[in-house]
Design a protein around this ligand. Structure first.
Ligand code: G3I
Length: 393
C-alpha cells in the first residue's frame, strides 16, 4: 500500500498520527536529474481533461535575488517546466509593473519569451493579470489622471496586451484579488475600483473578451478555497455578472496553503458551486509552505502533512468536472516566493532547490496516474515513476 492510499484509507489526522509514530523518517526523495523527469512529467500523467501547470519564475522577488532571472537563464529549470507542465503562468512578467515601465511604453520581451517558449513546447499559457491593486507602476498609482483618462488607460492596456497574445492564451486572470478578507471590494486599495467604481470590473471582462474571444476569463484570489465570506462575495458577483451577460468564464482558487494553518475541507463544495454556475474552475497558484525547523530539514510529520495537503487539493480538482486546470506556484524551492515573504518558512514546492523531486511530487504523480485511464499503461516501468513508487512504499 502506498502512503497516499494509506492516507486516503485512514483520513488525514489518523494517518498523520500513524506516520508520525510508524514512519522512521521522511521517504527518501527520488533524485533523478530533471531531464529524466521531463520525459513524462505531471501533465503527461494527468487525465486528458486536466491541465497541470506551473508558474514561470521571473521578475517580482527574483529582481532582488543573487541569481539571474530564472526563466531566462536557468536551462535545467526551463527543461523542467517544459517537461512537467501543460501550461505556464508568468509569475510576474505580465503584471503591470513589468509590462508598463511608462505610460507610453509596453515592455513585452519577457512575456513574449514565455509565450514563445510555451508555443514551442506545445503547452498552454495562463495570462496573469489585468486588473489588480498590487504591483502597479508608480506613474499609474501616483499619476494625476481624470476618470476618463484612467478608463482609457485600462482599456488600452487590456486591448493591447490581450490582442497581442490572442489565440495563444488559454485563460486570462482578468481581475485579481478584488475582495478583501471580509468580502468587501477593495474600494480604497484598488485604483480602478476606487476611481471608476465597481462597474469597471464588468468592463474589464468585456474588453478582454473583445480582444480575444477564445480565452476563458477568470477571477482569481487567495483565501477563497473554502466556503467562506470572501468566496461568497465572488459567488454573488459572478452570478450577477453572468445574469448581465458579462463574459466571466472562470473562478481561480490560488491555494497558497501552509501546514500550520490546515486546509479547508469545504474546498470541493466551493468548486462545485462555481461549477454549477457554468464557470470553469481552476487551482491557480498551489503551494504548501511550512515553518522550517532550525536545522533546515522538514520533519517526517511535516513532509507527510505537506503531501496530504497537495493531494487533497488535487483530488478535489480531479473530482470536480468544472476543474480543468491545476497550477503549482513554483517548481523549485530555490525560486519560491515563500522564504522571501514569510520569515522562517519554506520548502513549499514539490521540488528541492536542486530541482530534485520531493515526496509531494510523487504523491501528485501517483494520484494523477491513478485517475488517468491510460496512466498505468503509459507509466508502467517508467524509471522516474518507479523511482517515485519505491520511495512511497
Ligand atoms: O516594488 C517593490 C520595490 O519598490 C521595492 O524596492 C522592492 C524591495 O524588495 O520590492 C518591490 O516589490 C517586489 C515585487 O515583487 C516587485 O515586482 C516584492 O518585494 C516581491 O515580494 C514581489 O514578489 C512577487 C509578488 O507576487 C508580488 O505581489 C512574487 O515574485 C510573486 O510570486 C507573487 O505572486 C503572487 C501572485 O501574483 C498573485 N497571488 C499571490 C502570489 C504570491 O504573493
Amino acid at each position: 500500500m502506498t502512503r497516499r492510499t494509506l492516507l486516503a484509507a485512514l483520513g488525514g489526522t489518523a494517518a498523520l498520527a500513524l506516520l508520525a509514530t510508524a514512519a522512521p523518517a521522511a521517504a527518501a526523495p527520488p533524485t533523478s536529474p530533471p531531464g529524466l523527469a521531463a520525459l513524462d512529467g505531471l501533465d503527461a500523467a494527468a487525465p486528458n481533461d486536466l491541465v497541470v501547470g506551473g508558474a514561470a519564475a521571473g521578475g517580482g522577488h527574483h529582481g532582488d535575488a543573487a541569481y539571474p532571472d530564472p526563466f531566462t537563464f536557468d536551462e535545467d529549470y526551463r527543461n523542467l517546466l517544459a517537461g512537467e507542465f501543460g501550461s505556464l503562468t508568468p509569475e510576474n512578467q505580465m503584471k503591470w509593473d513589468h509590462l508598463r515601465p511608462a505610460q507610453d511604453e509596453f515592455a513585452f520581451a519577457d512575456a513574449d519569451a514565455i509565450v514563445e517558449f510555451a508555443d514551442d513546447a506545445g503547452i498552454a499559457v495562463r495570462g496573469h493579470t489585468l486588473l489588480w491593486h498590487s504591483q502597479n507602476p508608480d506613474w499609474l498609482e501616483n499619476g494625476d489622471f481624470t476618470d476618463a483618462e484612467l478608463r482609457d488607460i485600462l482599456h488600452e492596456h487590456i486591448t493591447t496586451v490581450v490582442e497581442r497574445y490572442a489565440g495563444r492564451i488559454m485563460h486570462w486572470e482578468v481581475a485579481n484579488e478584488i475582495f478583501d478578507e471580509q468580502g468587501d471590494l477593495r474600494s480604497e486599495e484598488n485604483i480602478w475600483i476606487r476611481e471608476l467604481g465597481p462597474e469597471i470590473i464588468a468592463d474589464a471582462f468585456r474588453w478582454a473578451h473583445e480582444a480575444d474571444p477564445e480565452a476563458v476569463l477568470f477571477f482569481n484570489d487567495y483565501n477563497v478555497e473554502g466556503m467562506n465570506v470572501k468566496a461568497d462575495a465572488y459567488y454573488d458577483l459572478a452570478r450577477e455578472l453572468l445574469a448581465d451577460g458579462v463574459p466571466v468564464g472562470g473562478m481561480g482558487l490560488q491555494s497558497h496553503l501552509g501546514t500550520m494553518y490546515g486546509y479547508d475541507t469545504t474546498l470541493p463544495d466551493n468548486l462545485a458551486r462555481f461549477g454549477a454556475l457554468g464557470l470553469e474552475t481552476a487551482i491557480t497558484e498551489l503551494d504548501v509552505r511550512m515553518t522550517m525547523p532550525e536545522d533546515g530539514e522538514p520533519t517526517a510529520e511535516m513532509v507527510a502533512q505537506q503531501d496530504e495537503f497537495y493531494d487533497f487539493v488535487l483530488n478535489a480538482c480531479l473530482a470536480e468536472s468544472s476543474c480543468g486546470s491545476f497550477t503549482l506556484w513554483g517548481a523549485s524551492d530555490a525560486y519560491s516566493w515563500v522564504p522571501v515573504t514569510f520569515d522562517g518558512q519554506g520548502s513549499a514546492t514539490p521540488w528541492t532547490a536542486e530541482l530534485e523531486r520531493k515526496s509531494s511530487y510523487c504523491v501528485l504523480q501517483e494520484t494523477l496516474v491513478t485517475a488517468n485511464p491510460g496512466g498505468a499503461a503509459r507509466f508502467a516501468h517508467h524509471p522516474a515513476y518507479e523511482e517515485c513508487r519505491t520511495a512511497l512504499l
